[in-house]
Design a protein around this ligand. Structure first.
Ligand code: CA
Length: 388
């Protein structure tokens, strides 16, 4: 019976897959498609550089990140560098840090208005405009990085989200980074029960913040570069950003002692490039394909970078006196209940959220079942030596 149910879920997931908007390195694109993607980079870049029909394009890119965060800001840099390399420098994108072209949480605004052609940001910073924007990044108790990529690229996610961005913001977006499962943030005092959360002030964006609000937390959204000071001065009691490597760079360990896990609100958040649709439409098809491919590369490179760099950073934090704590079971259960209560409230009020949420939920059910078997079956055994 279980097998039949599983196959049922799988076939539903397959049905919604269909033609996805991005097929990345193997994109056909007709006779003028970029052969750079086929592994013949230098020749392809030279061909683009020598093709007098292809214009020189120079774009500024707004980002939500301080330059010091080489992992997440690095996603923007990867896109820019790869586009330049694949076009022999004819399509030049210059990333700018948060605050240079737009405040860190207003990248979508300037791209949507056409003031800036491209941005690199997290879509869930904009849930104030529509809760649908959470799907592009992460939902609490949602998908991990691998599952998020499966949903976006092959599970129908981008097919649903891209028309929404076009209609609502005149923007087209592509995944361009993932942090992997995040940590659960820093607290100056321990959280030993659900009651301990009530009345605490925490920096946490997106729907995770909405869930924390339901649990009695006073929620603030601050860009990465402003968190440390707020935590250090006691303006907030707790803060989350990403994970060991970034959090160490931001010196959160000097402002709070307790480092919680898991980051149940962000099991695998995607960052994305957002491109003004008018500017996108002006690009030759070759440059569109190159930009999509560069975004694909940033999506993979950022995740690999975080995963590799978090190992030593976690050890450094532990060696420096940071104390790791697991969120208590009653917090986890209450948070999960509050999250799905919230999703159902949004679905009842917003047909766009409802249709995407229903499709996403079916995909989540299916891939949770599959991954509990293959990934979970392995990790339960392999990680059992670690007693956190
Ligand atoms: Ca976070």
């Amino acid at each position: 019976m279980e097998r039949r149910e599983f196959l049922g879920l799988a076939s539903k997931a397959a049905l919604v897959g269909g033609a996805v908007a991005i097929t990345g390195c193997n994109t056909g694109g007709g006779a003028t498609a970029t052969p750079a993607a086929a592994g013949n980079g230098q020749e392809a870049a030279a061909a683009v550089a020598n093709d007098s029909s292809l214009p020189t394009v120079e774009w500024q890119m707004a980002t939500s990140w301080p330059q010091a965060l080489d992992t997440i800001y690095g996603g923007a840099v990867t896109v820019a560098e790869r586009v330049a390399a694949m076009t022999g420098g004819k399509f030049k994108i210059t990333p700018r840090t948060a605050g240079e072209l737009a405040p860190g949480l207003q990248v979508l605004d300037v791209v949507s208005q056409g003031a800036v052609p491209i941005g690199h940001t997290a879509s869930y910073y904009y849930v104030g405009k529509s809760n649908v924007m959470a799907f592009g990044t992460s939902l609490p108790f949602g998908l991990n990085a691998q599952q998020q990529n499966a949903w976006l690229y092959q599970g129908g996610g981008l097919d649903l989200l891209q028309p929404f961005y076009k209609d609502k913001f005149n923007v087209i977006q592509f995944p361009a980074g993932n942090t992997g499962a995040q940590m659960g943030g820093w607290w100056k005092k321990e959280i030993n029960s659900l009651d301990d959360l009530k009345g605490r002030k925490m920096r946490i964006p997106g729907l995770g913040g909405k869930v924390m609000d339901k649990l009695g937390v006073t929620v603030q959204v601050l860009p990465g570069g402003e968190i440390f000071q707020a935590l250090q001065t006691g303006a907030i009691d707790g803060a989350e950003w990403v994970g060991p490597y970034d959090d160490l760079k931001l010196s959160f360990n000097k402002a709070a002692k307790y480092y919680y896990f898991p980051g149940w609100w962000e099991p695998g958040p995607t960052l994305e490039i957002q491109v003004n649709l008018d500017e996108w439409n002006k690009l030759p098809q070759e440059y569109q394909e190159i930009l999509k491919t560069a975004a694909y590369e940033a999506n993979m490179t950022m995740l690999a970078t975080y995963d590799a760099k978090n190992i030593a950073a976690l050890q450094e934090l532990i060696d420096g006196g940071t104390e790791l704590r697991r969120y208590p079971e009653d917090v986890m259960s209450a948070a999960q209940d509050a999250a799905f209560e919230l999703f159902n409230e949004y679905a009842a009020a917003d047909p766009d959220f409802k249709s995407i949420f229903e499709q996403w939920s079916k995909f989540r059910d299916g891939i949770f079942q599959w991954n509990s078997l293959n990934e979970g079956g392995f990790t339960q055994f392999a990680y059992s030596q670690f007693d956190w």
